[in-house]
Design a protein around this ligand. Structure first.
Ligand SMILES: *Cc1c(COP(=O)(O)O)cnc(C)c1O
Length: 383
């Protein structure tokens, strides 16, 4: 397909001749009102009602037992990994095809990633590839799963729901049980995505959401730790808020804590955004369907949600026949003011992860050279 066909389609869809970004936030609800309320109350920081309200709304929407708001998604992921028991010197299995935040969170805990291939069904971590890597390189001993070569403990498996498409969770959970590993979902991109009817991020004891400016809803910067039960949730709240024992005036902290609490000012934005989430999801499904139809019968493959899942279609993606045609489309669409983007460079190509352990990354490499993300801001449906 010609780049000009894509440009024309996107311009038609967004009905504008201006620059079209990849994903722009919209503040067309109660955002201003709620943010003004925090200013007028002076409770802009660590105290105020919006943080609790926002956490409640996320719990209701996702079905998570407890949600704990944080300053950003990376902080949420750091907290989730920390609470899941990942320690310095541990190994953690994840995908090479992800945004760097997944690996940064690990790195700063002193843990190291093992990169394993992704699945064609989801573009996320492949359960079969994880099992194959472990069968070849790991052994189960008393106390857990250990890497045969480095003798380090392999502690956790961190799948990422790429562009909002849920990974094959049942199969991954089976592999985690078999190898005595803890699952921690990086659900930063998948608010509004469901695996067999259950919200992503609710399959592990702890998981992370992000509300960065480019995500499906935003709090400016922000994240959330989803927790499997109330006790885990209480603990997550405790460590993200300096682990202080409540007291009218005394300072006592009973374990090393983080200062990762989301400010009330940001939570106000989140509460207003949550009121629009259902509409955004509908509009994004509508847009994805339009893209799907555009590419029917062409040499470009539109990435559809897996058959077992309902995706939020956070970022629409296509797979080009080869690197050359991808580069040509990237070049021409961007020159025409329609923003498109290649997928992230695989993590093992970055200097800090070049030495990381890895299995075959054949499909990750195939995808790396062929994917393009298309403009994905929600659009109003036509009457
Ligand atoms: C957005 C994102 C995060 C978290 O990002 P923050 O900017 O820290 O909120 C983590 N992992 C992935 C895959 C992401 O896309």
């Amino acid at each position: 397909m010609q780049a000009s066909t894509i440009v024309e389609f996107v311009r038609d869809t967004y009905r504008t001749n201006d620059f079209i970004p990849l994903h722009a936030p919209a503040f067309d609800g109660n955002e201003k009102q709620y943010v003004m309320e925090t200013l007028e109350s002076t409770f802009v920081s660590s105290v105020g009602k919006f943080v609790d309200d926002f956490e409640c709304q996320i719990e209701k929407f996702t079905g998570a037992n407890k949600a704990v708001a944080t300053v950003n998604g990376t902080a949420a992921l750091h907290t989730a990994l920390y609470l899941a028991g990942v320690k310095a010197g541990d190994l953690v299995i994840t995908q090479a095809l992800t945004f760097v935040a997944t690996c940064n969170a690990l790195y700063h805990m002193g843990a190291q990633p093992i990169f394993v291939d992704i699945s064609p069904a989801s573009l996320g971590l492949c359960p079969k590839a994880v099992d194959a890597y472990l069968s070849e390189n790991a052994e189960l001993k008393e106390g857990g799963c250990f890497h045969k070569q480095t003798k380090q403990q392999i502690k956790a498996v961190v799948p990422m729901h790429t562009f909002g498409h849920p990974v094959e969770l049942d199969e991954l959970i089976d592999v985690c049980h078999k190898w005595n590993l803890t699952l921690v979902e990086d659900a930063a991109e998948s608010l509004g995505s469901f695996y067999k009817g259950k919200h992503t991020g609710t399959f592990s004891d702890y998981s992370a959401l992000s509300f960065n400016g480019n995500k499906i809803i935003t709090t400016g910067g922000g994240g959330m730790v989803l927790c499997k039960n109330e006790d885990l949730g209480r603990h997550a709240k405790h460590v993200t808020t300096t682990a202080k024992i409540p007291h009218p005036y005394e300072f006592y902290h009973d374990e090393p804590g983080f200062n990762y609490r989301m400010p009330n000012l940001n939570a106000a934005l989140g509460c207003a955004q949550m009121e629009s989430l259902h509409r955004y999801l509908e509009e994004k499904r509508y847009l994805a369907e339009k893209y799907r139809q555009l590419f029917v019968g062409s040499d470009i493959n539109f990435v559809l949600e897996p058959e077992y899942a309902q995706s939020n279609y956070w970022l629409n993606a296509v797979i080009c026949p080869d690197v050359k045609s991808r580069d040509e489309i990237l070049e021409k669409t961007n020159a025409a003011g329609v923003m498109t983007r290649p997928i992230w460079k695989l993590m093992h190509r970055l200097p800090m992860f070049r030495q990381a352990l890895r299995g075959s990354l054949e499909f990750s490499e195939f995808i790396e050279g062929r994917v393009i993300n298309l403009p994905s801001s929600p659009i109003k449906k036509e009457e």
